[in-house]
Structures are given as structure tokens and as C-alpha cells.
Write a protein that binds this ligand. Structure first.
Ligand code: DGY
Length: 319
């Protein structure tokens, strides 16, 4: 029987799987586990099931000890894990790709609609008790039909967002490290372009690339300046891909028309300049937040853990 430390609350279905054959020490607190408590609990663990709010670095891996075999992240993004440090210690790191693709694309498209149709502004206006009535020019937004969606990062979530955009009558361009399956590109009627062209021609830019040193502040003042002043930016990937201060200035000065953000540079903090603006919709990292999706993510993380503890190859390793 191995010892599995779970760093935060996860669905029972996943805990049951782990408990069937291992000793499970799961943090049950409503708040995130504190760093000191985390370092104390991981000592002697054979497996760590981690949430994206926990930093898995050399300090944590050392605190766990040399018997640690796997860090199983309950997220597709694993920028919270120092993968080279894991590899150096022969610790397998895993993530949960695939199972949250549709849920995250739904939120991306929800934000596209919120931003282009000014839904947040309308909701805030009613809740603030402001007087309003139907008017020919009242809260006019921008239509999506015939417009161009630029997808930055055409993996599963980017493709799922593009499929939704196609159903709304949009043209698709994308920027991607690698070429996608030609039949998918053809079905979507999409075209691969460089980032600078994508920014210049898109009416909506949606970010779906992983976060790392090469995508830190991928979208900053310089890039925002090349976008159309009628364009919108949506980020459901990771906050630090966008320079929030530069985005707030671009939104304030009308350099772009609006934005929708599900992720932030220093979660859970949101840049104070963004909070003052009407033309940005802000939601608290809800991309994968459905009962079904979170259950699938946690179960996949449990399956990765069980595989490694059983001496097998896990379904979704990242190193
Ligand atoms: C992920 O899995 O990386 C998402 O951000 C979680 O919602």
C-alpha cells in the first residue's frame, strides 16, 4: 500500500479509486492548503495529486523524499510543476488533457459573446438599478457572422473553440507551433498564419496556448497596438500570457474594443485597472468548472496515479 497525498478537495469518485488500494491523505480544507502544511504532509509520499494552485518545485519534491514516484496534476496546464526538477528525480509528472476540452471551449465562446454583445455591461447596468429602455442605439455590440476568429494555440481546446466559431458563421485563422491534422483544418475552413498576421486581421483573438517562458507576455503593448480597434481579446489559457497592465491601457484608450478574461496574471488578484473598465468581462477561472468535467479530470488524475504506483505507464505523462 502506497501513500498518496492529495493537495486539495477533489470529487469523491476519484478519492474512492485511490482509497481502494492506497492510503490517501487528502487536504479537506475549504481554503487552499498552506505551504508549510503542504511541505509537512508530502513527507514520505509515494504520489502527490496536485491542484494548479500548488507550486510543485524543488523544495516540495525534496520535502516529499526520494520514494516519490508521481506528481499527478488535476489540470491540463502544468505550469505550476517544475517538470525538469521532476525528471531529474525520476518522478513522473502527469496532467489531464482531453477531458476538459469542450467545457473550456464553452467558456471561451461564452466570453466571446459576453465581450462582443456587451452582456456584462448590460447585467451590471440592471443590477445597479440604472434607468434604461430599449433604444435603437442602446448598448450596441458587434456581430460575429462573417468576422474572423484568430486562435492562438490550435490544440484540442483551440480547435473546439474554432468549431463553435464556425457554427456562428466566423472565418478561422490560427497560429500554432505545429501543423494540425489537414482534415480538421479543412473541415474548419481554417488557415495557419503567423502571430503578427493573426493579430492584424482577426476580429476576435482567442488564446489557447500553454504558458511557459516562450509565451510569457506573448500579448503585450506592442501586439495589442497591431490589433484592429474594433477587435476583442479572449484569454482562457493562462493569465501571464497577457500583460494585464498593457491590456488595461489598450482597452482604456480604445486601441481594441473589448476583452474577456477567465484567467489572470496573479490569480486570484485582478489588475485594479481592469476592474474600472466596462469593456472587459471578467470571470474567475471557470474554464473546466462543470461537475462532469471536474469529475473526469480528477478520475483521470487518479488513473495516472494508480498506473504509476502499479508500475505501469500512466495514460497522460508530460515527461
Ligand atoms: C486547466 O486544467 O489547466 C484549467 O485551467 C483548469 O481549469
Amino acid at each position: 500500500m502506497s501513500r498518496v497525498v492529495v493537495t486539495g478537495r477533489i470529487p469523491e469518485a476519484a478519492l474512492d479509486k485511490l482509497r481502494a488500494s492506497h492510503e490517501v491523505d487528502a487536504w479537506e480544507g475549504a481554503e487552499s492548503i498552506g505551504r508549510e502544511e503542504l511541505l509537512r504532509r508530502v513527507a514520505g509520499a509515494d504520489a502527490i495529486v496536485s491542484l494548479l494552485t500548488e507550486r510543485v518545485d524543488a523544495e516540495l519534491l525534496d520535502a516529499a523524499g526520494p520514494q516519490l514516484k508521481i506528481v499527478s496534476n488535476v489540470a491540463v496546464g502544468y505550469d505550476n510543476i517544475n517538470v525538469p526538477e521532476c525528471t531529474e528525480r525520476h518522478v513522473i509528472a502527469t496532467n489531464t488533457p482531453g477531458v476538459l476540452t469542450e467545457a473550456t471551449a464553452d467558456i471561451a465562446f461564452g466570453l466571446i459573446l459576453m465581450a462582443t454583445r456587451r452582456l456584462g455591461e448590460g447585467e451590471r447596468l440592471i443590477r445597479a438599478g440604472q434607468a434604461w429602455k430599449w433604444g435603437m442605439f442602446f448598448l450596441l455590440g458587434s456581430s460575429l457572422q462573417g468576422k474572423t476568429l484568430g486562435v492562438v494555440g490550435m490544440g484540442g481546446i483551440g480547435q473546439a473553440t474554432a468549431r463553435r466559431a464556425k457554427a456562428f458563421g466566423m472565418e478561422i485563422v490560427y497560429q500554432s507551433r505545429s501543423e494540425i491534422d489537414p482534415s480538421i483544418a479543412e473541415d474548419l475552413g481554417s488557415r495557419r498564419v503567423e502571430l503578427d498576421e493573426l493579430l492584424a486581421i482577426s476580429d476576435v483573438v482567442s488564446l489557447h496556448c500553454p504558458y511557459g517562458p516562450s509565451t510569457h507576455h506573448l500579448i503585450g503593448a506592442e501586439q495589442l497596438a497591431t490589433m484592429k480597434d474594433t477587435a476583442y481579446l479572449v484569454n482562457t489559457a493562462r493569465g501571464p500570457i497577457v500583460n494585464e497592465a498593457a491590456l488595461a491601457l489598450a482597452l482604456r484608450e480604445g486601441q481594441i474594443a473589448g476583452a474577456g478574461l477567465d484567467v489572470f496574471e496573479q490569480e486570484p488578484k485582478v489588475h485594479p485597472w481592469l476592474l474600472e473598465l466596462e469593456n472587459v468581462s471578467l470571470v474567475p477561472h471557470l474554464g473546466s468548472a462543470t461537475v462532469e468535467t471536474r469529475t473526469s479530470m480528477a478520475v483521470l488524475a487518479a488513473e495516472n496515479t494508480l498506473a504509476v504506483l502499479g508500475g505501469e505507464q500512466p495514460p497522460t505523462p508530460v515527461n
